[in-house]
Ligand binder design. Structure first.
Ligand code: ADP
Ligand code: GLC
Length: 498
């Protein structure tokens, strides 16, 4: 089967969060199963390509008052996956992907509409896939356009669309006059299509028009059908419940393994974890706390700074957390209020909490390798990747039991010696404090702590199983397309599939 991914970020070409890790790794796992996979992403300033080749010199993108012309370049194939980049410097040659800490770029609707339309048009030249697999609101216009303006295009009649929600908190909400600006019909501004409290909602349109909707853990697929987690779209998802499914993200162990990690000063494995101590010293040095006693447990955080991540809970109980024997090392960037909060905590408790406000892949790896515990108190978490990386590094996760965090971490039971981490349910500072204390207490018993570490290191979250699940969803989406559109099977003869 030929699957074309459309997404706004992809490792190693661009990244702000876990979406990039998924779009970098899942296509390779699908190719390993024998599928043909193409990946379309924008070409940003941070996208570094060696020897880019132009494969489509000019794609016409209509806007209300003018046409814009972008091109598509390729970086060739890697592990059987073809990578294509939509090139339009006025939109993508910018400092960041989506905006600055002060807010989103004001023309994000135009930017990602151009991207989505370019993917559709380029695929007619580079190969129409059997399935478009789109991710988050930035590629939501692919399903919306295909099922509206492109509905009569014979090239796409039997093409199925799978849409993955990586985060319901980001929907792509724009004013109504975005529709004519993007040459989209006004009738999309109705409650059964893209209308959302008077605004145009890109994510909602994708949920309405895709054949199948997935999200990145089983628990999150259920949570988003409730008022608490649905961000206003729970009803739309409930209407589609039969075609909504959760597939847990895998992780790329070529990138995240203590046995091969190029950023870790020493390698280690479940058989021999002694190297982890060197990594801990190196980590403390990187954070300027080199003189700390190596016996003091280190709690790591690597995160986008956003309300989703639950850091307000830390601030609520930091005065009492600071009385515990521990050091917290924090790496993150994003929303200004959280950057300021962590900097303030660092000033107040310089011996307890070390902070780097930055986006730094090398330090992220050093934290995974060197910390003893990893804290993710998320308010909600569609999947979460860092807690899964942590398991592999024997860095014991402390998480709130939500979404993928709940699906991936099993509570430690010292009596049975089973479990991989610590979890709390209530979204309160008290619950977080009690659970961190529980972890710190468990750390005092080195031999059972080793068992706990090894339990996690032995877990396998590689992509193979999830890629097979996606394969099944693609098949079901194609079936759904054929039943929704009986002519689709016949049109296979006419359509040109690359
Ligand atoms: P999300 O996608 O919500 O940000 P995930 O846990 O799925 O959360 O993925 C986050 C990814 O981004 C991980 O690979 C993590 O290492 C990386 N990351 C997040 N913040 C930073 C940062 N400040 N520096 C380096 N890497 C980061
Ligand atoms: C999102 C989610 C995160 C998930 C990632 C990749 O950004 O916040 O939980 O792991 O996407 O699917």
């Amino acid at each position: 089967m030929h699957i074309a991914f459309a997404a706004s970020e992809c490792v190693p070409f661009s990244k702000t969060g876990g979406l990039a890790d998924v779009v970098g790794a899942l296509p390779r796992a699908l190719a390993a199963l024998g599928h043909q996979v193409s990946v379309y992403v924008p070409r940003y300033r941070q996208t570094k390509l060696t020897d880019p080749q132009t494969v489509v010199a000019s794609v016409t993108i209509p806007f209300d008052d003018k046409y814009r012309f972008c091109s598509v370049v390729t970086a060739g194939s890697s592990a059987g996956v073809k990578f294509y980049f939509v090139d339009y410097p006025p939109y993508f040659d910018r400092e960041a992907l989506y905006g600055s800490p002060a807010g989103d770029y004001p023309d994000n609707a135009e930017r990602f509409a151009l991207f989505s339309r370019a993917v559709i048009e380029a695929s007619k030249i580079l190969g129409v896939p059997h399935v478009f697999h789109c991710h988050d609101w930035q590629s939501a216009l692919v399903p919306i356009l295909l099922r509206t303006l492109y509905a009569e295009d014979p090239a796409f009649r039997d093409v199925a669309i799978v849409f993955t929600i990586h985060n319901m908190g980001y929907q792509g909400l724009f004013p109504p006059d975005t529709l004519p600006l993007l040459t989209l019909p006004w009738d999309l501004l109705t409650i059964s299509k893209m209308e959302f409290f008077g605004q145009v909602n890109f994510l909602k349109g994708a949920l309405v028009y895709s054949d199948f909707v997935t999200t990145v853990s089983r628990k999150y697929s259920q949570e988003i059908q409730t008022t608490e987690y649905g961000f206003g779209l729970e009803g739309v998802l409930r209407d589609r419940a039969a075609t909504v499914t959760g597939i847990l993200n895998g992780v790329d162990y070529d990138e995240w393994s203590p046995q091969t990690d190029k950023f870790a000063v020493a390698k280690f494995s479940p058989q021999d974890v002694t190297g982890k101590l060197k990594c801990k010293q190196d980590l403390l040095q990187a954070f300027g706390v080199a003189r700390a006693d190596a016996k003091i447990p280190v709690i790591g955080i690597v995160s986008r700074f956003a309300a989703q991540k639950g850091f307000d809970l830390i601030s609520q109980v930091m005065d009492r957390l600071a009385r515990e024997e521990m050091i917290m090392v924090v790496l993150g960037s994003g929303d200004k209020p959280y950057e300021e909060m962590f900097q303030r905590l660092n000033k107040q408790y310089p011996n307890k909490i070390a902070v780097k406000v930055a986006y730094d892949n090398a330090i992220a790896h050093k934290i995974e390798a060197g910390a003893d515990m990893f804290l993710m108190p998320s308010r909600y978490e569609p999947c979460g990747l860092n807690q899964i990386y942590s398991l592999k590094y024997g860095t014991v996760p402390i998480v709130r039991a939500t979404g993928g965090l709940d699906d991936t971490i099993e509570p430690w039971d010292a009596r049975t010696g089973k479990g991989t981490g610590f979890k709390f349910t209530d979204y309160t500072g008290e619950a977080l404090l009690a659970t961190v204390k529980q972890a710190l207490l468990a750390y005092q018993d080195p031999s059972s702590w080793q068992t706990l570490m090894r339990n996690g290191m032995g877990r396998d979250f590689s992509w193979g199983a999830s890629a097979r699940e996606y394969g099944k969803v693609y098949e079901r989406a194609r079936q759904a397309r054929i039943s929704a559109h009986p002519g689709a099977a016949d049109s296979k003869k006419e359509a040109v599939h690359g």
